[in-house]
Design a protein around this ligand. Structure first.
Ligand code: PRT
Ligand code: MG
Length: 211
């Protein structure tokens, strides 16, 4: 049996067509089902539905053989012991620094001011600002980062941007790109050795589907 861990929402939406191209179809609507383990048309493949941030953990411990996780999550929470053979080129976005429209970011940076930055990406943000030599106080949030500059909680946020509509709707502007993000296939290294016969054809099919 092969288990693939992935999260509901955009990752699942954009993964289903790739799996279909590999001959794997969920037997029920994974998006609306309350089941957390979804069988597929393929006798030996099942989907495991977890929070986006939990995908690497399931694969690291081998509770899932494979997983699909955003590059943002892999960079932030670590990808030790994971084999990352394929960029799926789905759920694409950019990790950006954003501020209120009326906040003079460049000036604040040049003057050496200490910035308050709210984000769920503490590790990634710390590395980014430290490489730039910018002093920051980081505030950990779990969602709706966009609210932080509007309420005075922070001067800036580090968050994902895809269409830019959310920033715009909240009078925020992106001022710096930290990285380009897309979802990757991750594989437990031991599983890749022990279940190579099952995993390799799936990997080949997915590689073709991405192209
Ligand atoms: O939402 P929930 O708290 O349940 O979990 P999650 O946010 O961890 O999961 P989900 O499904 O929202 O995101 C899963 C993965 O999708 C992320 O880890 C990214 O790799 C990828 N992804 C791609 C995105 C976006 N695009 C994206 N736009 N994840 C989140 N967003 C959010 C962003 O945080 C911001 O609030 O969408 C908003 C901005 O979108 P635009 O289109 O208005 O710019
Ligand atoms: Mg989300």
């Amino acid at each position: 049996m092969l288990s693939i861990a992935l999260s509901k929402g955009r990752i699942l939406d954009e993964t289903l067509p790739l799996l279909k191209a590999a001959g794997i179809v969920a037997v029920e609507d994974a998006e609306t089902s309350r089941k957390l383990i979804i069988p597929t048309s393929h006798d030996h493949v099942r989907l495991i539905i977890v929070r986006a941030t939990d995908v690497p953990t399931y694969v690291q411990y081998g509770a899932a053989d494979l997983g699909i996780a955003g590059g943002d999550i892999l960079a932030e929470y670590g990808s030790d012991g994971l084999y990352q053979p394929l960029d799926l080129k789905i759920a694409c976005c950019r990790l950006m620094v954003a501020v209120r429209k009326d906040f003079a970011y460049e000036q604040a940076v040049r003057s050496g001011a200490r910035l308050r930055v709210a984000t769920k990406y503490l590790q990634t943000a710390r590395e980014h600002f430290s490489a730039k030599g910018v002093h920051v106080d980081l505030i950990k949030l779990y969602g709706s980062m966009e609210l932080a500059p509007l309420t005075g909680l922070a001067d800036a946020i580090v968050d994902l941007v895809s269409t830019g509509h959310t920033l715009k709707a909240n009078n925020l502007v992106a001022v710096e790109e930290i990285s380009q993000v897309s979802a990757r296939l991750i594989i437990n290294q031991a599983a890749f050795k022990l279940k190579r016969v099952q995993i390799q054809p799936l990997l080949d099919d997915l590689t073709r589907a991405v192209k």
